[in-house]
Write a protein that binds this ligand. Structure first.
Ligand code: 5AD
Ligand code: SF4
Length: 431
């Protein structure tokens, strides 16, 4: 049996893709190893969203090269978004890389890896129809399962490489998703997280995203449903209503806004104004009182001036995000914005980023402090890093909560009363 070692970079979608590749390769006689020293195939499943993500992988490929010289026949390569992005330049830079496979070519991996004539191979064709619906992912055990419901993106925000490296939007057929959700429930998973680049753009015939949520909520054994990442423009009243109606659909939504300035949003071609975004937030708060919101923010987009940046700060304050993923704009070749001159220096981007990171940290701490004394049902995951006797899990609002117990098991839902809070973690006692 040949063994594969996979390292995953980037978003949750890549983690799910790694599980799909592992599941597919297992069907073709591959085992999995957690050590590159034991591997016949070493694969980095990569991300291209920002330049530093790519630089990390290039560095790591250099490190892993030594396993090739130690053992003949070891194949070292990359898959995923960066594979697509650097297909023409990677082999010039790193000629000893054996393979490069794009996000729609995983099905061919066993065949490509098995054709070992020693020549490097590249398969980065995008395929509008590929959803991997029939491949059973090899998931790690746990209480939460990620389920990819759609792939690709048709939005073409001007900063973003995703539509180029992952291709056109396509949805997995609803019947197969519901069957998979039943299987996950039977396997003991308590929580399902739907994944897609614009997850709420999901559609299969009559089944839109709202209907998929409803059908999944009806499955016994599945206690919680989340999804990431929705696009504000696809946050329809039907979706908002579904989230409000079903207790299993968690009161927590990641809703990337990117900027609080209309001018910047227009240049990003995000497809909404700040007021329209506010309108969605209002509807969500009415339908789901107490909903926790998180977001993505980019600072230093070409043309972003101090007033635009201040508008982002103001919007973050106004919405009161539980969490925010904040980034410096990174120019990506091939995108529309890459043709525009950068107007914000690296130093200034750093300053803006630091400013909102600090404010967000304080905001999260404040929100968490306000929860002291309240109780929440925590879905228990595993032992907390604090050590023996401490467990951790998530509240419905996706807040990490730790508490002492020697009797609760992963997968149980227990009521925990919050006694202490920091920006990252709630500490509580079983109520
Ligand atoms: N530069 C910086 N951040 C980016 N993102 C996407 N493209 C870029 C880029 N070129 C961020 C967006 C997106 C998140 C996944 O990554 O905020 O929502
Ligand atoms: Fe990128 Fe925009 Fe598509 Fe999100 S919606 S993946 S930011 S192009």
């Amino acid at each position: 049996m040949r063994n594969i070692y996979i390292e995953t970079y980037g978003c949750q979608m890549n983690t799910a893709d790694s599980e799909t590749m592992l599941g597919h390769l297992r069907q073709h006689g591959y085992g999995r190893t957690d050590s590159p020293a034991d591997a016949d195939v070493i694969l980095l499943n990569t991300c291209a969203i920002r330049e530093n993500a790519e630089e990390r992988v290039i560095g790591r490929l250099g490190d892993l090269m030594r396993y090739k010289s130690r053992r003949p026949g070891v194949q070292l390569g990359i898959s995923g978004c960066m594979a697509q992005h650097v297909r023409d330049t990677l082999l010039d830079r790193l000629p000893w890389v054996d393979f490069i496979v794009g996000p729609d070519s995983y099905r061919r991996l066993p065949e490509l890896l098995g054709n070992g004539n020693g020549d490097p191979f590249i398969d980065v064709r995008l395929d509008r129809a590929e959803t991997y619906a029939d491949i059973v992912p090899q998931r790690d055990a746990g209480v939460r399962a990620w389920l990819t419901i759609m792939r690709g993106c048709d939005k073409f925000c001007t900063f973003c490489i995703v539509p180029y490296v992952r291709g056109r939007e396509r949805s997995v057929d609803a019947e197969s998703l519901i069957a998979q959700a039943h299987t996950l429930a039977d396997e003991g998973f308590k929580e399902i997280v739907f994944l897609g680049q614009t997850v709420n753009a999901y559609r299969d015939g009559d089944v839109d995203f709202a209907e998929l949520l409803r059908r999944t909520a009806a499955i016994d054994g599945i206690e919680r449903i989340r999804f990431t990442s929705p696009h504000p423009s696809d946050m329809t009243d039907r979706v908002i209503a579904a989230v409000g109606e079903h207790a299993k659909i968690c009161p927590q939504i990641h809703l990337p806004v990117q900027s609080g300035s209309d001018r910047v949003l227009a240049n990003m071609e995000r497809g909404y104004t700040v007021d329209e975004y506010r309108g969605i937030v209002e509807k969500l708060r009415i339908a789901v009182p107490g909903i926790a919101l998180s977001t993505d923010i980019i600072v230093g987009f070409p043309g972003e001036d101090e007033t635009d940046f201040q508008a982002t700060i103001d919007l973050m304050n106004e919405v009161g995000y539980d969490q925010a993923y904040m980034f410096k704009y990174s120019q990506r070749s091939g995108t529309k914005a890459a043709k525009w001159e950068e107007t914000v220096s690296e130093d200034e981007k750093g300053r803006r980023l630091q400013t909102i990171i600090e404010q967000q940290h304080e905001r999260a701490a404040r929100i968490h402090q306000g929860l002291i004394g309240s109780s929440f049902p925590v879905l228990v995951e595993e032992q907390a890093r604090r050590g023996a006797g401490w467990m951790f899990g998530k509240t419905p609002h996706f807040r990490t909560t730790i508490f002492q117990s020697t009797s609760v098991q992963p997968g149980e839902i227990v009521d925990v009363r919050i006694v202490e809070a920091s920006a990252h973690t709630l500490t509580g006692a079983v109520a």
